[in-house]
Write a protein that binds this ligand. Structure first.
Ligand code: SAM
Ligand code: 2KA
Ligand code: SF4
Ligand code: MG
Length: 236
């Protein structure tokens, strides 16, 4: 649905990394606060294009020239697409590092070729329910194939209940690097200054939770950096 960049990866494990983005259509979830709901709620249906790997690659080269060495695949849930395997292979052939954003509700064999794999299971405020059997299998599948080193967990936190959920996930998968991300509860506003200041307050709240929690000593607390710079703007 979108190809954009180069920009910075605004979230998680490789925050700040210069990268191109590819955003796929469709999601098996419908999170209450999804900042990319146009990928699944019908409002962006005119943006959907059927593209093969070569076309996607040409468009990225046209946009970014030689000015990138990372591509981040997000969505929607890219893990719905078995055939993304071809794109991942083409990117690897061109010596591009590939990052993936997914909620961990579906496995694909091509996960094993991803360089930076972000699993982002959803807390209660999303209205979604995590299938921990599936998530266990994904983590096990990565581990069995020596790919756990490429993966991390990133949980968005809006409130106390989400924070408790995040702790459970961290305790269940202690071997995975663990990121807490501030939830943006005002995904429509164009008032960037107000948004910024409220997100900084939420960031401070989340930092304070972690600082006084002895069970959360080995976690990283991050904002969505791109929102600090560009607000709710799409395609950045
Ligand atoms: C739009 S999702 C697409 C990838 C995949 N469906 C997933 O959720 O991981 C990309 C990332 O944005 C996060 N996200 C979505 N809406 C958000 C919001 N309102 N505030 C903070 N993070 C949000 C998701 O949790 C996820 O980590
Ligand atoms: N700059 C930037 N960083 C991001 N990290 C994850 C994103 C996403 O929507 O998956 C995203 C995004 O949309 N833009
Ligand atoms: S899983 Fe990701 S894309 Fe799907 S609704 Fe939730 S945040 Fe949005
Ligand atoms: Mg986003």
């Amino acid at each position: 649905m979108e190809i954009f960049g180069p920009t910075i990866q605004g979230e998680g494990m490789v925050i700040g990394q210069k990268t191109m983005f590819v955003r796929t259509a469709g999601c098996d979830y419908s999170c209450a606060w999804c900042d990319s709901s146009f990928t699944w709620d019908g409002s962006g249906k005119d943006l959907v294009r059927q593209m093969d790997a070569d076309e996607i690659w040409s468009e990225m080269r046209a946009l970014g020239g030689d000015g990138f060495s990372y591509v981040t695949i997000s969505g929607g849930n890219p893990a719905l697409l078995k055939n993304l395997s071809g794109l991942v292979e083409l990117l690897k052939e061109n010596e591009v590092s590939v990052c993936l954003e997914t909620q961990g509700s579906k496995w694909q064999d091509w996960f094993l070729k991803i360089d930076v794999l972000t699993l982002s299971p959803k807390p209660p405020s999303s209205g979604m329910k995590t299938n921990f059997e599936v998530l266990d299998q994904i983590v096990y599948g990565l581990k069995e194939n020596g790919s756990l080193k490429n993966a991390s967990l990133k949980i968005v936190v809006f409130d106390e209940v989400d924070y408790e959920y995040a702790k459970l996930v961290h305790q269940r998968y202690p071997e995975l690097p663990f990121f807490l991300q501030v939830g943006n509860d005002d995904i429509e506003t164009e008032d960037q200054m107000n948004l910024m200041s409220s997100l900084v307050d939420k960031y401070e709240w989340l930092i304070n939770k972690v600082m006084c929690d002895v069970e959360m000593n080995n976690v990283r607390v991050l904002p969505q950096l791109h929102v600090y710079v560009w607000g709710n703007k799409r395609g950045v």
